[in-house]
Design a protein around this ligand. Sequence first.
Ligand SMILES: Cc1cc2nc3c(=O)[nH]c(=O)nc-3n(C[C@H](O)[C@H](O)[C@H](O)COP(=O)(O)OP(=O)(O)OC[C@H]3O[C@@H](n4cnc5c(N)ncnc54)[C@H](O)[C@@H]3O)c2cc1C
Length: 430
Amino acid sequence: MSDYVDSYYRDTNRVTLAPTPRLAGAARADVAIVGGGVTGVSAALSLAERGYDVALLEANRIGWGASGRSGGQILTGFGTGMSTFAEALGATAARHIFAMSREAVSHTVARIETHAIDCDLRPGAIYAALKPRHMTEFARERDMLQRDYDYDGLTLLDDEALAARVQSPRYIGGLRDAESWHLHPLNYVRGLAHAAQTVGARLYEDSAAVRIEPGSRPVVHTATGRLQADWLVLAGNAYLAADLVPELSGHVMPVGNYIIATEPLREDQVASSLPGDDALSDANFVLDYYRLSTPPGTSPRLLYGGQVSYGHRPPRRLVARMQAKLGRLFPALAGIGIDYSWGGLVGVTRNRAPHFGRVGDNIFYAQGYSGHGMAFAGLAGGLIGDAVAGQAERFDLYARMAHRRFPGGTRLRTPLLVLATNFYRMRDLI
Ligand SMILES: Cc1cc2nc3c(=O)[nH]c(=O)nc-3n(C[C@H](O)[C@H](O)[C@H](O)COP(=O)(O)OP(=O)(O)OC[C@H]3O[C@@H](n4cnc5c(N)ncnc54)[C@H](O)[C@@H]3O)c2cc1C
């Protein structure tokens, strides 16, 4: 799996951090955080803003995990439908939960503005229909969210309205979410990290937690140091080693997901592919997603994602297969050059709802956003900050959700997920 340092995002990184040394020797903090993605960095920023002394340990580089490799879509909602929450927690809790998914998006936008994070933020996301059944499902979803969740952000697009924004012969219509956005994810997460540094958070890179001693003041050990704190936040998500915290093992399945970036597009190629500059996802269970990325002073590239793998190895002939799919989706881009490809691990839970909770009363975790975490992980960091400060009601709304481990232990859970996914992949073809 390629490091983000080889990716398109690395080559367009515009955020410089203050020094982020390796942890060496013994250190102390009010709060220790393991993991430097959006969850961990957002928690660091929220806690440092509240006046806590925060130290964050990242095994690689800030944003190295899913956050700095992602599709960059900042979406309302979750990786599962609202019925998952309503059935588990009741209608009132589900309404709060949906409102918080909207808050996650506005919170992301507000932070980008407050901290002047240079990350190419653009409005609009569209779910595209490949067949009539998808349009029926979209209409049902829009009506349900309007009726039960007071959400007016969704507009159904017929084929003509869609064609004004997305020029693909494969789609028959879509659903546009005016409250969703897209951005450059590595610049966003590093921008958050920079903001956390300016309010005093200490960030350590190349500092993997290799052992954790729980207790009244937990201790995190790295190869070259130890960090003791009153509270510990676990934000390693799909990258957290299964044996580091046995209480978390088996709850999150790491699923590989891959993106290609085209060569820079000409104006006529943009006009005949994505003239609306929205973020797109199709309506399949194993979905394709894409958007234009246009850092200042550059021509847009199309970033196209969606191939999955259930090991740490990319699928065979990844680039050629994705390039061919892209050509079928946008005939104007058939044979376009592909300059970059990379992959990352999505943390998927069994019910596709985020997995929040505590180990003992001073270790907090948030993980398993199931492909929908770029906005929500930002809010999760803030909820952890509130919970550490003694206001845990909103964190606990998610922590109350029951989560089951993937069956089959570490050896069998991957084949079982492949079987389940293949079932949905077949359903997508019908
Ligand atoms: C290819 C891809 C595309 C995606 N597209 C989207 C999208 O468009 N929209 C969306 O909403 N979501 C998307 N997602 C999901 C989204 O990226 C994640 O939900 C989100 O980034 C999770 O953030 P996180 O901070 O919890 O985890 P991560 O960003 O994965 O961060 C975890 C960090 O913890 C570190 N770590 C792990 N173990 C240790 C340890 N022992 N010691 C120290 N550090 C450790 C890792 O190195 C890593 O940097 C995508 C994911 C992938 C992989």
